[in-house]
Design a protein around this ligand. Structure first.
Ligand code: NAP
Ligand code: 8YV
Length: 323
């Protein structure tokens, strides 16, 4: 029996490539000297795609070039880089990697919060520069007595809230819908949450619906003692407004894992000593990245063996046949 043809858009871990090559005929788009010519040649035979945010947009043009495409298996839980509306219209199922990374990303978010409020990276730079010999590192702000607002109390937001319970801080959240089974106060508006809190942790999906949700008025509402932590997507925060707010003291500081134009980070942020900047590390442990890669493989295998994907995204779940 012939093996289905799979297109991998950008390099994944060697174990994922090996697992897919054992079961499928794999085509490597990133190695093609002329991707357009490559797609014209192999596009008509492609039935599955393995992709990730590393590749960039999976748009109407790419989906359109693959006339027999049945499934797009994406590495990562956020899939804002995929034009899911076009995929759904074409009857193409999209899968992501939820569940296997929640705890890892929540660990990172809490670590970033602590690093930011207690200025851990700056303190380490201070020691390494030999400055302790001249005197103690200045006293930092504190987490004590803070009210933490989680913007997007989904799978990862809840894992963050569970961890924060141990820090004896007040927790509230904003999302489009109230979650009655959650013990934390819900704020129907983001401005309301920002006014009530002095830390915002952003954990909503990216994409058009959440673009610049964190804007100038929200930062003003967060206030002079406010801390912004963003582990979601760069697009959710108006980066220019944030830089201005950090510069003029509208908010105290920020801890960021994600940016608008990764891997390019605005020089104004790099030059701001009191912010903590990470290079999109949320899920980036060997353990969790292996689990995410395995779920990409499992989704493709399951689809071609049984017609059932394991973790279809909501927008294409209706395309999955009844089991
Ligand atoms: P999830 O379970 O789908 O939760 C998303 C939450 O956001 C939901 O509670 C949802 O509540 C809320 N939400 C969605 N749209 C909203 C809007 N327009 N306004 C306000 N709230 C909104 O997703 P997750 O698994 O927790 O992941 C969240 C995101 O984190 C991912 O999509 C990804 O972009 C990002 N992420 C980043 C990293 C990293 O490495 N930095 C790693 C993993 C994930 P309602 O439906 O009630 O609004
Ligand atoms: C990954 C992520 O860094 O899952 C997500 O949405 O942002 C991260 O886990 C990313 O998907 C890797 O391509």
């Amino acid at each position: 029996m012939t093996q289905p043809d799979i297109l991998m858009t950008a390099p994944m871990q060697p174990a994922v490539i090996a697992a897919l090559e054992a079961r499928f005929t794999m085509h490597r788009l990133w190695e093609a000297p002329d991707p357009a010519a490559f797609l014209r040649e192999i596009g008509p035979s492609i039935r599955g795609m393995a992709t990730s945010t590393l590749y960039g947009r999976v748009d109407a043009e790419l989906i359109g070039a693959l006339r027999q495409l049945e499934i797009i298996a994406s590495f990562g839980v956020g899939y804002d880089q995929i034009d899911v509306a076009v995929a759904a219209e074409r009857g193409v199922v999209v899968t992501n990697t939820p569940g296997v990374l929640d705890e890892e990303v929540a660990d990172l978010a809490v670590g970033l919060l602590l690093a930011t409020v207690r200025q851990i990276p700056a303190a380490e730079r201070y020691l390494r520069a030999g400055r302790w010999l001249q005197g103690n590192f200045p006293l930092s702000p504190t987490l004590r007595g803070r009210k933490i607002g989680i913007v997007g109390l989904g799978a990862i937001g809840k894992a963050i809230a569970r961890r924060l319970a141990a820090f004896d801080v007040a927790i509230a959240y904003h999302g489009r819908t109230k979650q009655p089974d959650m013990p934390y106060p819900w704020h129907p508006t983001l401005i309301g949450l920002a006014q009530a809190c002095d830390v915002l942790i952003v954990m909503v999906p990216g994409g058009a619906a959440t673009r610049h949700l964190i804007d100038r008025p929200v930062l003003q509402a967060l206030g002079r003692d406010g801390i912004l932590i963003n582990v979601a997507r760069g697009s959710v925060v108006d980066e220019d407004a944030l830089i201005e707010a950090l510069r003029n003291g509208t908010i105290l500081t920020a801890g960021l894992d994600v940016y608008n134009d990764e891997p390019r980070v605005p020089q104004a942020l790099i030059d701001t000593d009191h912010v903590v900047l990470l290079p999109h590390l949320g899920s980036a442990s060997a353990h969790t990245r292996a689990a995410m890669g395995q779920l990409v493989v499992d989704n493709l295998e399951s689809w071609f063996a049984t017609g059932q994907p394991l973790t279809p995204v909501a927008e294409t779940a209706h395309l999955v046949p009844e089991a």
